[in-house]
Write a protein that binds this ligand. Structure first.
Ligand code: ZN
Length: 265
């Protein structure tokens, strides 16, 4: 191919445009999100909302929960934000849900327990794994737990249930006996269900429009979905957000989460 001077200029402009859109803009967006995340986590301790510290992370950071109930029905939905510290949108979404339900308790008719971040060490460092470099979502003591893993991001830990964050998630189930669980991740954009939760996933899809599936497309031994959904039989949704900002995530999922809390089989 023969290029004249003008041709080279157009080529350089195209390459610059691709660099800006594919690398620079996403980089700035994720960096800003991380600043906002650190600020929001810091604000939880001084919030007017009655957050309780329900446990400590590997490095001793506070893990918060908010329990809200409206009416006499004690049927409990547990909602987790960030298991994975680099998936920060879910953290913002659960804090936003907490503020909304605290201001308007009548939006729900039962009990909900909100845990914005199970892995604050990872969240503040913007990394998937916990402070021991373990993927919490591969560390649960399931029949299919395995010490074998292909990538560092899926490190299942030295033994099943070895991590304090994993143990805390299990304690929350023991304490609340939830009727259903929602665990928020990004960015596969789907209502993924484990256990008897297909109808719940379909209910959420009415509001967020994301596909309903029982299969994320790759094996997830030792995952929370396997543990609580498949083995304990608790309806469990892994809500996979798209790669988006917290405002749009709330726009798409605020109603879906409230509908999920109010959903009865
Ligand atoms: Zn995730």
């Amino acid at each position: 191919m023969h290029f004249n001077f003008k041709g080279y200029l157009i080529l350089i402009a195209l390459i610059l445009l691709i660099l800006v859109y594919e690398i620079l803009i996403p980089y700035i967006r994720h960096t800003r999100l991380h600043w906002d995340t650190k600020e929001l986590y810091g604000q939880l301790s001084g919030s007017v909302l009655p957050w309780q510290v329900i446990g400590k992370s590997t490095e001793g950071r506070d893990i918060y929960a908010l329990e809200l109930q409206s009416g006499q029905d004690t049927t409990t939905t547990v909602i987790f934000g960030a298991f994975h510290g680099d998936e920060q949108t879910g953290f913002h979404l659960v804090v936003q849900l907490a503020e909304t339900l605290y201001a308007k308790p009548k939006l729900i008719h039962s009990r909900v327990v909100l845990i914005p971040v199970l892995n604050p060490d990872g969240l503040l460092k913007r990394k998937r794994t916990n402070a021991n470099d373990v993927d919490i979502n591969r560390n649960f003591p399931t029949d299919n737990w395995t010490p074998v893993y292909e990538k560092a991001r899926y490190h299942p830990g030295p033994s099943p249930g070895s991590e304090v964050e994993t143990q805390l998630a299990m304690k929350i189930i023991d304490r609340y006996h939830p009727a259903k669980i929602i665990s928020i991740h990004d960015d596969l954009m789907m209502n993924n269900y484990n256990g008897p939760a297909k109808e719940l996933a379909e209910e959420m899809a009415k509001y967020n429009g994301y596909p309903v599936t029982s299969d994320v497309g790759y094996p997830t031994p030792g995952s929370f979905g396997n543990f609580a959904g498949e083995e304990l039989g608790i309806p469990l949704i892994t809500l996979e957000l798209p790669d988006t900002n917290p405002e749009d995530a709330w726009e798409e999922n605020g109603q879906a989460l409230i509908a999920a809390i109010n959903f009865k089989r």
